[in-house]
Design a protein. Structure first.
Length: 117
């Protein structure tokens, strides 16, 4: 069960911070991250971070967005700076727990980020 917070309406050049916590589980998520889906477009990976601290970003947000996590709390954050209108989308938190036999994927309900003047 992933619970997201943050998002909303922000002006171009502004900043927003998204938060997501995986509640109701004792397992540490191997990977946590954020996807986004803009109207008429496919969902894309924005950024992800492993339990070991390795992160990756889609090219369009490199240098502007920063992902971080509190592994002990199964919480992930996405700091979004220098926002552009093309960042407007619904942002979804994602978490994956990997076992020897299977991967378990979890999704948040999504939070809207609108970048507009």
């Amino acid at each position: 069960h992933l619970v997201e917070s943050g998002g909303g309406l922000v002006q171009p050049g502004g900043s927003v911070r998204l938060s997501c916590v995986a509640s109701g589980t004792i397992f540490i998520m191997n990977t946590m991250g954020w996807y986004r889906q803009a109207p008429g477009k496919q969902r894309e990976l924005v950024a992800a971070v492993t339990s070991g601290g390795s992160s990756n970003y889609v090219d369009s947000v490199k240098g502007r967005f920063t992902i971080s996590r509190d592994g002990a709390k199964n919480t992930v954050y996405l700091q979004m700076n220098t926002l552009k209108p093309e960042d407007t989308a619904i942002y979804y938190c994602h978490a994956r727990r990997s076992t020897a036999v299977s991967d378990f994927n979890y999704w948040g309900q999504g939070t809207q980020v609108t970048v507009s003047s």
